[in-house]
Design a binder for this molecule. Structure first.
Ligand SMILES: Cc1ncc(COP(=O)(O)O)c(C=O)c1O
Length: 445
C-alpha cells in the first residue's frame, strides 16, 4: 500500500463532506466499512480520519465515532471580505449610496458635540437617542414602542446575544425557524443553548408546528424573522402575524422578533410583539438601512424585563456608544434615515430584477437584499460554494442556515455588497455559467 493512500482517501472523504454526502454533524462510517469500500485496512482509514481531524473537518470521540464538524463558524457562513472578486455573501446595504449623508451627519455631530455626550450615561443611553429609536420602531410597525420600553444596543447581533443570555440558561431550548440567520445559531452554540427547528411554509413560521414545538420541547424563547426572512426571503402578512401572536399568547415562552429588514417591506403591518406586549421582544438596527459600522441597535421589550436587560447591558458593555447614537438621532430626527432606507429599497428592487434576468425566474421577494437560490440537482450547496470560490465568487452555503445542517440544495446570495452594478452583473453572469456546468467527479478507487 502506498504511503500516500491515506491522503487520497482523506481527500475523497473531504469531497464527500463538501458534496453533502456526509452532511454537517453526521457520523462517518466505521473504519472497517470504509476499509472494505476502498480495499484497504482500518489503519489506513484511521490515518485518513486523523488527517481530516487535523484539518478541522472532522472530530473523533472515544467510543462514539468520528463526526463531520458542523458549520458553526459565523465567519465561514458569512464573509465580509471586500476587494478582489465578487462578494455575494455579506448582507449589507450599498453603503456608497449613503456615504455623503452619513459623512455630513458625522461632521454636523462633531460640531455640536458637548461634554455630556463624552461622559457615561444612565441606563442604556441618552433619552433623546432612545426617543429617536422609538420613532424608527414606530415607523415600521412597533406600535407600542415608547421611551420606557426601548433600549439601545450595539447592533442587532448584541441584542440577540443579550436576550438569549438574559432569558435563558445553558442547556435551555430555543425555538427558531428551521432555516435561520447563522448569527442566532452561533450565539446558541457558543452559549450552550439548544436550537429546536420549527417548520416553515410559504408564509413563514408555521403556527401549527410552533404549537407542537411549544408543547413538546418547552422552549424558553421563540425567535422569528418576520420580514425578508434570512435566508428564505419570506415576509409574513397580517394573517400570519396574528396567528403567531395567538399561539404565543397562551405560552410561557417569550417571542423574539428580529425584524432588521422591516424597512424593506411594501406595507407596514403591526409587529407580532406589539400584539403580545407582555411577552414580545422586538429588535432591529440601522445596519441594513444606513451602515453596519455604526453598530446602532434597538430593543423594545416588555416593561417588566427592562431592568434586567439594562443590568445585562451595563454588565456586558456599560452602554452602546453615545457618539454613534448621536449621529443616528440626527439622521432619524431629520428624516434622512428614512430617505436612505428608501434608497436602499429601490436599489434592492433593481438588483432583484437584474438577478432574475440573469439567473431566474425563481421565488423571490422583490425588494429583499438577498436571494435564496435553489441549485440544479447536480450541485450540492457546499460543492457549489467551493467551486464558486475558485471563480472569485464568495457566497453563503445553505448548510450554515440550518440548525441540523441538513439544507444542502440552496445558497444565499447577497445582492447589495458589490458596489458597482456592472461588477454585480459580471458576478451574476459568472454564477450563471457555473450553474449550468456539472461538478467534476471525485477521485475513485
Ligand atoms: C436577521 C439578522 N439579524 C441580525 C443581524 C445582525 O445585525 P447587526 O449588524 O445590527 O448586528 C443580521 C445581519 O446580517 C441579520 O441578517
Amino acid at each position: 500500500m502506498s504511503e500516500a493512500k491515506f491522503r487520497d482517501i482523506a481527500q475523497l472523504i473531504e469531497a464527500r463532506i463538501d458534496e453533502g454526502v456526509y452532511p454537517a454533524n453526521a457520523k462517518l462510517p466505521p473504519h472497517r466499512e470504509l476499509a472494505a469500500e476502498f480495499n484497504t485496512t482500518p489503519v489506513t482509514i484511521s490515518k485518513a480520519y486523523k488527517l481530516l481531524a487535523e484539518l478541522k473537518r472532522v472530530e473523533s470521540f472515544v467510543g462514539r465515532g468520528t463526526f463531520v464538524i458542523g458549520p458553526s463558524a459565523l465567519s465561514t457562513a458569512i464573509q465580509a471580505k471586500d476587494g478582489e472578486g465578487f462578494n455575494f455573501s455579506i448582507l449589507q446595504p450599498c453603503i456608497h449610496l449613503n456615504l455623503r449623508q452619513v459623512r455630513q451627519a458625522y461632521r454636523d455631530a462633531t460640531e455640536t458635540l458637548d461634554v455630556s455626550l463624552l461622559a457615561y450615561a444612565e441606563q442604556s443611553g441618552h433619552e433623546a437617542h432612545r426617543q429617536s429609536g422609538v420613532k424608527w420602531l414606530q415607523r415600521f410597525g412597533v406600535t407600542d414602542a415608547s421611551i420606557e420600553n426601548t433600549l439601545l444596543t450595539s447592533g442587532a447581533q448584541q441584542a440577540l446575544s443579550l436576550v438569549i443570555n438574559t432569558l435563558t440558561q445553558p442547556g435551555d431550548v430555543i425555538a427558531a425557524e428551521s432555516l435561520t440567520y447563522p448569527g442566532i445559531l452561533a450565539v446558541a452554540e457558543l452559549s450552550s443553548r439548544n436550537v429546536v427547528p420549527v417548520e416553515m411554509d410559504a408564509q413563514g413560521l408555521c403556527p401549527k408546528a410552533l404549537k407542537r414545538v411549544l408543547k413538546t420541547d418547552k422552549p424558553k424563547l421563540v425567535i422569528t424573522l418576520p420580514s425578508h426572512q434570512n435566508p428564505t426571503g419570506i415576509t409574513m402578512g397580517e394573517k400570519r402575524k396574528a396567528e403567531i401572536a395567538k399561539v404565543m399568547a397562551t405560552s410561557s415562552a417569550y417571542l423574539v422578533e428580529d425584524d432588521i429588514y422591516a424597512f424593506l417591506n411594501d406595507e407596514v403591518i403591526t409587529s407580532i410583539s406589539s400584539r403580545i406586549p407582555d411577552k414580545g421582544i422586538y429588535l432591529t438596527s440601522l445596519s441594513k438601512a444606513i451602515s453596519p459600522a455604526m453598530r446602532c441597535g434597538y430593543i423594545k421589550a416588555p416593561l417588566h424585563l427592562i431592568p434586567l436587560l439594562n443590568a445585562h447591558i451595563r454588565a456586558e458593555i456599560w452602554l452602546a456608544s453615545p457618539l454613534n447614537f448621536m449621529v443616528a438621532t440626527q439622521l432619524i430626527d431629520s428624516n434622512t434615515a428614512f430617505t436612505l432606507a428608501e434608497g436602499q429599497r429601490s436599489e434592492a428592487k433593481a438588483r432583484q430584477r437584474m438577478t432574475e434576468n440573469i439567473l431566474g425566474p425563481f421565488e423571490q421577494t422583490p425588494s429583499g437584499f438577498h436571494v435564496w437560490l435553489p441549485l440544479p440537482p447536480h450541485w450540492s450547496a457546499e460543492r457549489f460554494t467551493t467551486e464558486a470560490k475558485k471563480e472569485g465568487i464568495t457566497l453563503s452555503s445553505g448548510v450554515h442556515f440550518s440548525a441540523n445542517g441538513k439544507e444542502d440544495k440552496h445558497v444565499r446570495l447577497s445582492l447589495m455588497a458589490i458596489a458597482s452594478r456592472a461588477t454585480f452583473e459580471e458576478g451574476l453572469e459568472t454564477l450563471r455559467q457555473l450553474l449550468t456546468k456539472k461538478p467534476l467527479p471525485n477521485v475513485e478507487f
